[in-house]
Design a protein around this ligand. Structure first.
Ligand code: GLA
Length: 359
């Protein structure tokens, strides 16, 4: 929970620096309900924040250095706030230094202590959470309001330029501008969004497959390139503008055709899911999740057997009032479930493993 985590960051700050922090900030992780691998195709996505996230305790200091402590790793970094250099290998410091460089918020000397409770590699956007928390700490220390869209864009530039992942903008927007208890229907083409409240009687919960994502970045960037090739072959700026009819008529290479079919159908499913959410149609929402998973597994080829098995068991336990699918980039990570609130206890007991509840 964000309050407890902020208190923890403050306590760790006092312990490390022997004085109280001036302030604390928090940024959540996110879970994507549906709209997977479509953000970098200008598509529609439907993520929401989760309870867990990243907290940072901060204080201003004399001089121009930023001293950053990653309390959970027992690691520290120190760099000139005016000229952060790229670390030799990608790690937590890449995100902190990247945000200092990209956010355009004059920071000056700063001490920050970072702690988080998002499982890393579980597809809940721990890196976007770290980036946005860093941006919020910089803004708080500078005494300015952080514009959520500007922070999200800075965080995306950080992923691209400092971590080498050609990600879309979904995670950063969901983390920076999402609201607890609301799904964000985000149009990734122009970043316009509406916050749709999750109906009272629904429960959104996340199950960790236990498979940590490996070799994701290369696979991820390859999928993105395949989508861009497909769009080029179809003569459209992005797959957002492609149709199934045009795809059927186009005779694309097999791989590109499969990737495009996923993207085109997933964008339509996301729009339909947002309607189902608004009208409280849990059964429809659940069947869209099931279709989405099959498409990610068979056409986009980003699932793994352990995740497929977990999705199947969860779908069986949930029944028709709701559903389950892989969430995030894939290759392991988490499964998102949506079900009636009064089914959660029974399903949790049947699964014999912890379902992490979203907001
Ligand atoms: C990762 C990326 C996002 C998005 C998802 C897949 O989380 O960071 O931009 O592409 O994968 O939907």
């Amino acid at each position: 929970m964000s309050e407890a985590l902020r208190d923890k960051a403050a306590a760790l700050f006092a312990e490390r620096f022997g004085e109280a922090a001036e302030g604390t900030v928090f940024a959540p992780g996110r879970v994507n309900l549906i709209g997977e691998h479509v953000d970098y195709n200008d598509g529609l996505v439907l993520p929401m924040p989760v309870r867990e996230g990243t907290a940072i305790a901060w204080s201003r200091t004399e001089g121009g250095d930023i001293e950053a402590v990653a309390a959970d790793f027992g690691e520290e970094d120190r760099f000139d706030a005016a000229t952060p250099a790229r670390p030799e290998s990608v790690g937590w410091t890449s995100y902190v230094r990247g945000m200092v460089a990209e956010a355009g918020i004059p920071a000056g000397g700063l001490r920050i202590v970072i702690t988080g409770d998002l499982p890393r590699g579980s597809g809940l956007s721990s890196s976007a959470s770290l980036c946005i928390a860093t941006g919020r700490a910089l803004a708080a220390a500078a005494g300015t309001d952080a514009d959520p869209v500007a922070l999200a864009k800075a965080a995306q530039r950080t992923e691209h330029g400092w971590a080498g992942v050609a990600c879309g903008i979904m995670d950063q927007m969901a983390v920076a501008a999402g609201q607890p208890g609301h799904a964000m229907l985000l149009d990734c083409r122009d970043l316009s969004y509406t916050l749709v409240p999750v109906p009272e009687g629904w429960s959104v919960a996340v199950a960790d497959s236990g498979v940590t994502r490996g070799l994701v970045d290369g696979e991820y960037n390859a999928r993105r390139a395949q989508c861009e090739n497909a769009a080029r072959a179809l003569g459209v700026e992005s797959l957002r503008d492609a149709t199934m009819e045009a795809l059927d008529a186009a005779n694309l290479p097999h791989l590109e055709a499969m990737r495009a079919a996923h993207v085109i159908s997933e964008i339509a499913r996301t729009a339909a899911a947002a309607d189902a959410l608004r009208s409280g149609d849990l059964e429809r929402f659940g069947s869209l999740l099931a279709e989405g998973h099959i498409s990610l597994r068979d056409q986009f080829e980003v699932s793994v057997p352990a995740v497929d098995a977990l999705v199947e068991r969860l779908q069986e336990a949930i029944g028709v009032q709701g559903g389950a699918r892989m969430t995030g980039a894939g290759f392991g990570g988490s499964v998102v479930t949506v079900m009636a609130r009064d089914a959660l206890e029974r399903v949790t007991a049947e699964m014999g493993e912890t379902l992490r509840q979203a907001f």
